[in-house]
Ligand binder design. Structure first.
Ligand code: HEM
Length: 494
């Protein structure tokens, strides 16, 4: 190539780069957003995120920029709230303004802002009110949710006993038990542990959760414009969700064919009745699409989180036999061995309650929270956050906030016990988030954690041949969700 042509090309390239850079720089500096590292055109702040360590990197940036800062995910700004006080100032003190759902690029294409978790505005209000009411009331006149969990816990014990104390990876059994509680509320029935077809369906949740949390999932969240266009494992999430859609569509069809409006059997029946009542209301959000999308979301939200927490919990307890021993002592004293645990026991079991809180704090199953967004232009701590800007109220930084927890990176039930051994509430304990979007299944999840864990420990001593270190029991894969290492334990009859 002629040298002058080459020189012209290089010059043109340099001039265009300078032009792009100065436009970007001007645009970036004009905003009154919280400070943060200088972003680059197209790739934003990705160079500040360590490979596969999104949560850790966000925490490190906090040390440099404080508890509110801005990062650029590609070209869009994302405001990070890191530390309990900042999360509270936003989600509680300016609750309405921060209550919108933000982008979740790994699944947004599939849900298209439908269903309770990913919707906003009037759609979200209608779906949330209905979901809370149905979850609260379900079982009225028939069996309460507590009885459903107690019954499932007994099925779980029977299944664990059938393994005759041999080492076992408890992942599948726990997922099955927990999902059966949701199934019984949402679909009106549970599934047998031997039902392999159902187990395959449940494994889809784990697969989706892992893909959303993996390095690919993390990069997808950081650079959606680019990742949406390139192939990779993140692209399989939609196919997996399609399979779940097939399953819930089939269940809705079954309910439609056998619906008796006077006797609703489950969540689906209640929704179908509401759809019918509101069919002449043009503003009604009780549509089949919202039903299907809410079902997948509730099924997913209610299964992976609780079973993941239990899985972390068993791993922690097998590493700490001294804590297990104290739990056994309290269970024997308060419940004994000839009746099953009930929610009423919880107030008399301070140590158990503290351990369960600490398991939730330490395992931190959703460290980034689910993204929020500004519902309008917000004035906050002297900055302006424009309407639509994504906001990440990090749960990780609240749950490990050294101002509230003495040894934030160590498993320590004393975080929830005072000097007299009474239960100590901590404001920064927000694994379910806080404010208007707080987890809609919080009550159900707490009941499940208490009843499943106490029933398991009433029946078994947990042992393992693995030599576990402190690092082994720490949560792994910290992107969207945390998971424990794979492990095997023996459930020794007591
Ligand atoms: C240990 C168990 C659980 C944890 C740690 C957990 C945590 C969370 C978190 C952090 C959020 C996002 C809140 C926000 O946007 O600020 C959330 C939302 C939600 N969770 Fe849970 N969750 C758990 C169990 C459950 C269960 C059992 C259900 C079943 C009904 C459930 C249903 C939901 C729903 C429907 C939302 C969306 C709320 C909304 O957008 O208005 N979760 N959860």
């Amino acid at each position: 190539m002629d040298i002058t042509v080459l020189a012209t090309l290089i010059l043109a390239l340099l001039v265009s780069c300078m032009f792009i850079y100065s436009t970007w720089d001007k645009m970036y500096r004009q905003r009154n957003l919280p400070p943060g590292p200088m972003p680059l055109p197209i790739i934003g702040s990705i160079l500040h995120i360590k490979h596969g360590e999104l949560v850790k990197s966000l925490n490190q940036l906090r040390e440099k920029y404080g508890s509110i800062y801005t990062l650029y995910f590609g070209s869009r700004p994302v405001v990070i709230l890191a530390g309990y006080q900042m999360v509270k100032d936003a989600l509680i003190d300016q609750a309405d303004e921060f209550s919108n759902r933000g982008r979740l690029p790994t699944v947004d294409g599939f849900f298209q802002a439908h269903g309770i978790i990913l919707s906003n505005g009037e759609r979200w209000k209608q779906l949330r009110r209905f979901t809370l009411m149905t979850l609260r009331n379900f079982g009225m006149g028939k069996r309460s949710i507590e009885e459903r969990i107690q019954e499932e816990a007994q099925f779980l014990i029977k299944e664990l006993k059938s393994h005759k104390q041999s080492p076992l990876n408890p992942t599948n059994i726990l997922v099955q038990a927990v999902s059966n509680v949701i199934c019984s509320v949402v679909f009106g029935n549970r599934f047998d542990y031997k039902n392999l077809q159902f187990l395959r369906l449940l494994n889809l949740f784990n697969d989706i959760f892992q893909r959303m949390s993996s390095t690919w999932g993390q990069v997808h969240d950081l650079l959606p414009e680019i990742m949406d266009r390139i192939p990779g494992p993140h692209k399989k999430i939609n196919k997996l969700l399609d399979k779940l859609l097939e399953f819930v569509s089939e269940r809705v069809k079954m309910n439609q064919e056998t619906l008796d409006a006077a006797n609703p059997r489950d969540f689906i029946d209640c929704f179908l009745i509401k759809m019918n009542q509101e069919k002449k209301n043009p503003n009604s959000e009780f549509t089949e699409r919202n039903l299907l999308m809410s079902l997948i979301q509730i099924f997913f939200a209610g299964t992976e989180t609780v079973s993941g927490t239990l899985r972390h919990g068993l791993l922690i307890l097998v590493k700490h036999p001294e804590i297990q021993e104290k739990l056994h002592e309290e269970i024997d004293r308060v419940i004994g061995d000839n009746r099953c645990p009930s929610i009423e026991d919880r107030s008399k079991m301070v140590y158990t309650d503290a351990v369960i809180h600490e398991i939730q704090r330490f395992s931190d199953v959703l460290p980034l929270n689910v993204p929020h967004a500004a519902a309008k232009d917000i004035k906050f701590h002297g900055y302006t956050i424009p309407k639509g800007t994504d906001v990440y109220p990090l749960l990780y930084c609240a749950l490990r906030d050294p101002e509230y927890f003495e040894t934030p990176n160590k498993f320590n039930p004393n975080h929830f016990l005072d000097q007299k051994g009474s239960f100590k509430k901590e404001d920064a304990f927000i694994p379910f988030s806080t404010g208007k979007r707080i987890c809609a299944g919080e009550g159900l999840a707490k009941m499940e954690l208490f009843l499943f864990l106490t029933t398991i420990l009433q029946n078994f001593k947990l042992t393992t041949k693995m030599h576990l270190t402190d690092s082994d029991i720490s949560p792994k894969m910290t992107g969207f969700g945390n998971v424990p290492i794979p492990y095997e334990i023996s459930f020794m009859s007591r």
